[in-house]
Design a protein around this ligand. Sequence first.
Ligand code: ADP
Length: 492
Amino acid sequence: MTLATASSARVDLTAATLDRAFVGGRWLGADSGEDIPVVDPATGEVIGSVPRMGRMETLAAIEAAHGAWGPWRARTAGERSAVLRRWADLVYLHQERLAELLTAEQGKPLAESRAEIGASAGFLTWFAEEGRRAYGRTIPTDRADRRLSVIRQPIGVVAAITPWNFPSSMITRKAGPALAAGCTMVVKPSEETPLSALALARLAEEAGVPAGVFNVVTGAAREIGGALTGSHLVRKLTFTGSTAVGKLLAEQSAATVKRVSLELGGNAPFIVCDDADLDAAVEGALRSKFRNAGQACVATNRIYVQDGIHDRFVAAFTDRVRELAVGAGAAPGTEVGSMINAGAAAAMSALLDEAVGAGARIAAGGAPHPQGAAFFAPTVLVNADDEMECCREETFGPIAPVMRFHDDAEAIRRANATAYGLVAYCYTTDYRRLTRFAEELEFGMVGMNDFSVSTEVAPFGGVKESGIGREGSDYGLDEYTEIKYVCTGGMS
Ligand code: ADP
């Protein structure tokens, strides 16, 4: 949803002005004075820089968040809601500028960046409302002389560590419920994409989010992560990123018994049954695979197609993939932008070599793209099998391996044969098959005849090694509240 144009923007959000971190309501450099460059992956140009902060600056941010917590939680939910709505309105107002910034540091097509900024504001708006519904309960008492009730209270200081693939919406999906519940937070964005985070902080400041309630620390991931997870003052860690780093952070958080929410990697199967609407299935596979150049935890990772529709699906899908317009995210008409850096594109070549060596055939793409070092051509692999690395592990890039299956039990067994469990997609027009797949696929989310499951109103999250907890919806608010049971005696 586009609600504003650049001409109506009021706050300066150019990369050059976003060169400081935001701690305790102040814009600060690193104690060492060192900066990290921010690079446009489409061109390799340096577009800005942010402070290389470490442990000491992070501890200061935690102190600031802790100091701000008392006054913030003491406000009514309605007052916090009003602040969050102002923040959301400013995000909408600056949608175009924020989208340009996002594309410049991340590479995705502008249309996708606009959609992400819309989603960012959507999370803030939704949780501004939902925070007012953090109801408790009254429990019918077990004894006449006492009363039992449950209230929900904010957990405290929240640490958020966020990834580069959705550098704006992954922050508001956490900040919306955290701030609405009455928590304060310290955000560490990815070092690849800190500008979107700092732009959100600038707008939070403008919206009247009190000093210390929302802090952004940029710099050395391991040092900042260690300070956040090691602190007794931080009562909750929320992380979106790779499974490997998620496991490490969960381990580090154990020493202080923090609440932990983890949104980790996926290995999404995309199942096309004989009776599927072919056009819808092709469109779904295309969009879920190549959005953000395949760099999404919900991206389709492996495509299973039933015998009777396999050849028609491959022909139609391959035709569409060949037509995808690859280019700089900022260029008009681009459908697939650059990957996050040249290393990510090089990793695609290695995956392909392994698959082709094991018998897969390239039906489309299959090589780095001449547009630049961080580009890779959208690729279709046929004759793939479950043992290839591109099917076993999250590819995080524009490679679509296609495999055949014979019957539903086989598709379900192969889809579930992974340590991951974030999202699965399935296309069928038979309601009995639809119900069976929805129930038997071991994933936190199932897209049935739909390829775009993420929305602020529904619970997003995985099972198995794809994570713990849910984001979005009323379940998402629960992640930031503690339940307190109050037992009041002497009543008779
Ligand atoms: P991705 O593959 O999406 O880059 P990562 O898990 O590497 O996923 O990164 C997600 C976030 O985790 C980023 O903000 C990154 O800086 C951060 N990160 C990576 N390693 C560590 C670490 N050892 N401690 C804390 N944060 C980390």
